[in-house]
Design a protein around this ligand. Structure first.
Ligand SMILES: Nc1ncnc2c1ncn2[C@@H]1O[C@H](COP(=O)(O)OP(=O)(O)O)[C@@H](O)[C@H]1O
Ligand SMILES: Nc1ccn([C@H]2C[C@H](O)[C@@H](COP(=O)(O)OP(=O)(O)O)O2)c(=O)n1
Length: 674
């Protein structure tokens, strides 16, 4: 996950490959509650691990469920309708799928257990999301529910009351179908000796989510009788019975981004999505049809989808999106690549989701340059001929971040010239943690970009100037990869030493460099499967690296390997010739220096920290000799690139150096502060 303030997506190109989807949020949280209410142990396979499921798991633990997580399995031993605690304060983040059903379940349970009282709250936005219709329904049933802040909104307190089930329970269905889901999941608790009838008032929206609820209730032994979409009868004698093991299918809403990706960029080969397919019980799987209407070519298997680009530009659509409320957001961004204006209708529920999604989408699409018309319950988006670089606000809404990432395909823009392409900055990218923590990693694993579009910052300089430290911190702040090019010369030196190749044997050293079996795991370097990272830092290895790196054939042998580190979303490369030879087109080049005295002292401190003793004078003499050799060799000598910015950090701390480099980088980016 990218836990950084912003993630810049360079212009992206074609897509191909396979994505494994995380588990469905809707299914995961419903299953968790059902397992929690049941007697016995339920094993959930491939449960979604995200913010919203974590708050549900924490709440269930608080209420007395035993929960064991073991790789792909989550085992939950339910409290069988009797929470182990009579009072609790539950924090539910911004998870509507936890707040609504837990409120209903605990409100009903509190009527059955004298003295029980539970409060349920979340983040600020959760307290702005209406829940009044559910509260009204529960009060109508005889539950005591108090809104602790604004009437009709969380936080809530449920305590006591007397259930009266003689009349049907009425609930509005036109604001959020989650209210009905909440009652359906909770009222079997009350249907022990008599049937309970729920009546929906007003047109029920998002029906597919109700189907998921009914489907999962059936698996836990509750056969709800559905009469049209107006009446639901929970039979007398209902009792949750764990089905034992349940597999959580992939999230169909999350699939929408990769379906769109295939439609936009699956040019030569398809994008394959595993975990969800034609057999899905989730309504958002029907996003597939909307994408097909826009031109996607979809091949569906029971548990997988393959998508290719069909029509290009995409075909504009005019669609009632009531049946795919969440996935429909993805269509709004696809509309930028269409052959005419697209209209998404019947989407009023967007206004009460994680954010007001109609307003948010309109605002962010306009930043890209799009013409957008926003109505109370519709959005009309025109195709965009020339994208503008934009800093996209994500409103703590995972779907905003994931949808808008699709704007990075603007190089493929059918109305564009294939040359004009802009990056897209996604602010607060970690908001995807709500449902798809590794969304951006998954995206990068299936898309390509032109090498020249992948940003690089180079940091060259003499030994112990702090290149590695600076490079790692800058990369961490931007979410980029690092290349410690020195480690490649060091590992070559080590491999040569082990193979008995002399430091004077240019061709033998080059052959050694080409034959090395290397693997990089974060900052660890593995040579033929052996972790040699610590050995590489030996001063003797560094000295030999400096010697062998003077040979042109050695440098040539390592050239392609270094270029291969230029991968999405960006690279910070440190060494001696990163800016001059390997990445001459880097967007920012730093030449990092510090006085020999400062550098010798830093090296000494590094050695002391490792428990190695050394003399400051010897170290200084060594590093000056190494600098001299690196500076004066004929091939790729250590020198600043002409367009490098110099940074002397003799007196500048690490954090200040990092902020300086990031500020230089941002000053060169096209994003304005909107
Ligand atoms: N700006 C700085 N001020 C003080 N010490 C620093 C600074 N930058 C790096 N160091 C320290 O200097 C030592 C050498 O840094 P390193 O990144 O290994 O250098 P290089 O990669 O250039 O050889 C490390 O112990 C590091 O913590
Ligand atoms: N891009 C590079 C990186 C390192 N080298 C050579 C020259 C250096 O003395 C050795 C070791 O580099 P390294 O960056 O690991 O050394 P320091 O950490 O700065 O001491 O490799 C090079 O020639 N070109």
């Amino acid at each position: 996950m990218y836990s950084i303030p912003y993630l810049d997506l360079p212009p992206l190109g074609h897509a191909a490959g396979t994505v494994q989807l995380p588990g469905s949020k809707s299914i995961s949280n419903r299953l968790l509650l059902l397992a929690g209410l049941s007697e016995g142990t339920t094993t959930l396979v491939d449960l979604l691990d995200s913010d919203d499921t974590r708050v549900m798991l924490a709440a269930l633990r608080t209420l007395g469920c035993a929960i064991v997580q073991d790789g792909r399995l989550t085992r939950i031993t339910g409290f069988a309708g009797r929470p182990q605690v009579a009072s609790a304060e539950l924090f539910l983040g911004n998870a509507g799928t936890a707040m609504r059903p837990l409120t209903a379940a605990l409100a009903v349970l509190a009527t059955q257990q004298g003295g029980a009282a539970y409060t349920l709250g979340g983040v600020k936005r959760m307290h702005e999301r209406p829940i009044g219709d559910l509260v009204d329904a529960l009060r109508g049933l005889g539950c005591t529910v108090d809104c602790l802040g604004t009437e009709g909104y969380p936080p809530l307190r449920v305590a006591g009351g007397t259930l009266d089930l003689a009349a049907p329970v009425k609930v509005r269905g036109d604001v959020s179908s989650q209210f009905l889901t909440a009652l359906l999941l909770a009222l079997p608790l009350a249907a022990t000796d008599r049937a309970v009838t729920i009546e929906v008032v007003g047109e029920l929206i998002s029906k597919p989510y109700i189907e998921i609820t009914l489907n999962l209730l059936a698996r836990f032994g509750i056969a709800v009788e559905r009469q049209g979409w107006e009446r639901f009868v929970i039979p007398a004698g209902s009792r949750y019975v764990t089905p034992g093991e349940v597999h959580v299918e992939g999230d169909a809403s999350s699939a929408s981004y990769f379906i769109a990706l295939g439609a936009i960029a699956g040019v030569d080969a398809p994008v394959r999505i595993e975990g969800v397919g034609a057999a899905s019980i989730q309504g958002d799987i029907r996003f597939k049809e909307a994408a097909e209407a826009m031109g996607a070519v979809v091949h569906a298997e029971p548990n997988a989808l393959e998508i290719r680009r069909g029509a290009w530009p995409l075909k504009a659509i005019d669609l009632d999106c009531n049946h795919i409320p969440d996935a429909a957001m993805t269509l709004a961004v696809m509309a930028l690549y269409a052959d005419g204006p697209s209209t998404l209708r019947n989407i009023a529920s967007w206004r009460v989701k994680e954010t007001d999604r109609i307003a948010a989408m309109a605002c962010e699409l306009r930043k890209l340059g799009a013409t957008v018309e926003e109505g109370e319950d519709f959005l009309r988006v025109e195709p965009l001929a020339r994208f503008q670089p934009a800093s996209i606000h994500t409103y703590d809404d995972h779907r905003m971040a994931m949808c808008l990432s699709l704007a990075a395909f603007n190089r493929l823009n059918p109305a564009g010239d294939g040359e004009h392409a802009v990056p897209v900055r996604i602010l607060d990218p970690k908001c995807v943690a709500k449902t798809f923590p590794d969304y951006f990693e998954a995206l990068f694993s299936v898309v390509e970009a032109r090498a020249a579009d992948i940003p690089v910052i180079t940091i060259d300089g003499p030994t112990a100037s702090g290149k590695g430290t600076l490079s790692a911190s800058v990369a961490a702040q931007l979410g980029w990869h690092t290349l410690d090019s020195g480690s490649l010369y060091r590992v070559t030196a080590l491999a040569a030493r082990r193979a008995g190749v002399s430091a004077d044997d240019e061709q033998g050293l080059a052959a050694t460099a080409r034959a090395m079996q290397l693997r990089f795991e974060g900052v660890r370097v593995l040579l033929a499967g052996e972790d040699v990272s610590d050995e590489l830092r030996d001063e003797a290895v560094g000295m030999m690296a400096s010697r062998i790196s003077a040979w042109p054939a050695v440098r040539a042998a390592l050239y392609d390997l270094q270029c291969g580190f230029r991968q999405l979303p960006g690279l910070v490369a440190d060494g001696r010739d990163m800016g001059t030879v390997i990445f001459p087109d880097a967007g920012l080049k730093i030449f990092l220096t510090a006085t020999a005295a400062a550098r010798a002292e830093r090296r000494l401190n590094q050695l002391i920290a490792k428990g190695i003793s050394a003399s400051l004078d010897d170290l200084r003499a060594d590093l000056e000799a190494r600098d001299e050799r690196d500076r004066t060799r004929a091939t790729a000598p250590l020198r600043p690139a002409e367009d490098a910015l110099r940074l002397d950090n003799s007196q500048l701390g690490i954090e200040a150096s990092v902020q300086q480099v990031v500020a230089w980088w941002n000053a060169r980016q096209p994003f304005d502060a909107r």
